[in-house]
Design a binder for this molecule. Structure first.
Ligand SMILES: NC(=O)c1ccc[n+]([C@@H]2O[C@H](COP(=O)([O-])OP(=O)(O)OC[C@H]3O[C@@H](n4cnc5c(N)ncnc54)[C@H](OP(=O)(O)O)[C@@H]3O)[C@@H](O)[C@H]2O)c1
Length: 271
């Protein structure tokens, strides 16, 4: 299937590693020009070069942008820089790191606003600053504009000991659904993707915090998580990224306002 992403332009947040990195790779492999952002100049510069190399794209097609997505002024600057460099913006993928683990009663008072800033308000800031450019892209003759929010399977089925994530991700879905209604008439699709357990550094960190003091190995923690999935395994970032690339492509133009679990069958509810 041709996703018709050749010479389209995308901004992928939180892309120096993990799910954002894999997503940028998948988009670049489809011929999309991609701006990748993270907080650290060395990490994001190396990631951009590695993505271009891995996907046979010229270096100028994968641009590193230093941006902390919790800083709204930095987000505004990053989006403007991308549009100035590429001339347009067709696809926005929102993402950031995950908040620390903890139960609802154990996390401290400062952790709540920090988590909402990291995972909810950053999503809103990215969308707010990208929207005028996406509207312009959608209004072109061959209009094509997409927003994809990376959230978590926790948004649909809360994960034990991840109270901060459970709370912030539910907010992302409420915002996603509201924005999809607002931007639908302009032809812009807005969706969320909900990763389940997928092998990244974030998952290693969560496994280490889960096994602390138990004597369990990291792989034993992974095995326990995998057992709870229909597919009985942990996912690969490339499997996650393939779905994001599909949603970013033109053939997905009639899908909006949805939250797609990419979780090996972890979520057990019917709807
Ligand atoms: N992996 C999973 O199994 C899983 C499951 C459910 C949900 N999720 C969620 O999906 C998201 C991505 O997960 P992941 O596993 O890819 O995480 P990860 O391996 O920790 O990668 C996070 C990425 O985001 C960047 N980042 C972190 N904070 C940022 C900020 N404030 N501004 C800009 N960039 C920032 C990091 O780069 P720098 O450090 O260079 O800034 C890195 O590139 C997270 O929110 C995570 O909680 C993951």
């Amino acid at each position: 299937m041709d996703l018709q992403l050749t010479d389209r332009t995308a901004f992928v947040a939180g892309a120096s590693k993990g799910l954002g990195y894999a997503t940028a790779c998948a988009l670049a492999a489809e011929g999309c020009r991609v701006a990748v952002c993270s907080r650290n100049e060395t990490r994001i510069t190396e990631a951009a070069a590695a993505i271009a190399d891995a996907t046979d794209q010229p270096p100028e097609a994968v641009v590193p942008v230093v941006c902390d997505v919790t800083d709204e002024a930095a987000v505004a600057h990053a989006i403007e820089t991308t549009v100035a460099q590429f001339g347009a913006l067709h696809v926005l993928v929102t993402n950031a790191g995950g908040p620390p683990a903890g139960t609802a009663t154990s996390v401290g008072p400062d952790a709540w606003p920090a988590a909402l800033k990291l995972n909810l308000l950053s999503t809103i800031a990215l969308c707010r600053h990208a929207t005028p450019h996406l509207q312009a892209a959608a209004a072109e003759d061959d209009g094509h504009a997409r927003i994809i929010m990376i959230a978590s399977a926790a948004a649909k089925e809360p994960i034990p000991r991840l109270a901060l994530s459970n709370t912030a991700r539910a907010g992302v879905l409420g915002y996603m659904k509201s924005l999809a209604a607002d931007l639908g008439p302009a032809g812009i699709t807005v969706n969320a993707v909900l990763p389940g357990y997928t092998r990244t550094e974030r998952l290693n960190d969560l496994a280490d915090s889960t096994r602390a003091g138990t004597g369990q190995t990291r792989e034993a923690v992974f095995a326990g998580w995998a057992e709870n999935n229909a597919l009985k395994r942990i996912g690969a970032p490339a499997e996650f990224a393939a779905t994001v690339a599909f949603l970013a492509g033109r053939p997905a133009g009639y899908i909006t306002g949805t939250a797609v679990p990419i979780d090996g069958g972890r979520t057990k509810h019917l709807l």
